[in-house]
Design a protein around this ligand. Structure first.
Ligand code: TYD
Length: 152
């Protein structure tokens, strides 16, 4: 797995370069679980037809890890571990952003026809979500994480 970020940041979040087969007939990229993602894929969803200016995913997951690819168009993913915040701009279908558990994440600045593919480590579970940023910050402050796992 080729990790593009110069250092591990925000609890291990990083941009991963995916295999790419450039071909005059059209290009092809591929994701194999555990080879290109650091987790087993239990769920796949995608976000599309986002109206201009809309924001998606203002929340954190207690356990779920994600791998986000801009299959088409572009958008920004903002990650925040309660101490540090970073914006990752995705605009190539051969880069993926690994988002560890326990991080606040928001997606915005979607281009027209943007298509966001999201691979997730666990099945959909509403109890895994934290939607309240103040609560998120409080849990980080009190225990160092939102799932009682220490953030390094
Ligand atoms: P949500 O995770 O809040 O979307 P976003 O993070 O992009 O803002 O999900 C939006 C709706 O879709 C919500 O009603 C739950 C539903 N949903 C599922 O049923 N299964 C899923 O895997 C996901 C991610 C969402």
């Amino acid at each position: 797995m080729l990790i593009m970020s110069s250092k591990m940041e925000l609890n291990g979040a990083n941009i991963v370069q995916l295999p790419k087969n450039f071909d005059r007939r059209g290009n092809l990229s591929v994701i194999e679980e555990l080879r290109n993602t650091p987790f087993k894929i239990n769920r796949t969803y995608w976000i599309y037809d986002v109206p201009g200016g809309e924001v998606r995913g203002g929340h954190a997951y207690r356990q779920n890890q994600e791998f986000i690819v801009a299959l088409s168009g572009s958008f920004d993913v903002i990650l925040d571990n309660g101490r540090e915040r970073k914006t990752y701009s995705l605009n190539r279908s051969y880069y993926g952003l690994y988002v560890p558990e326990g991080i606040w994440r928001q997606m915005e600045n979607f281009s027209t026809n943007a298509l966001a593919l999201v691979l997730a480590s666990i099945k959909f579970d509403p109890a895994d979500y934290i939607y309240d940023y103040a609560l998120f910050k409080e849990l980080i402050k009190e225990t160092g994480s939102i799932n009682n796992k220490k953030i390094v």
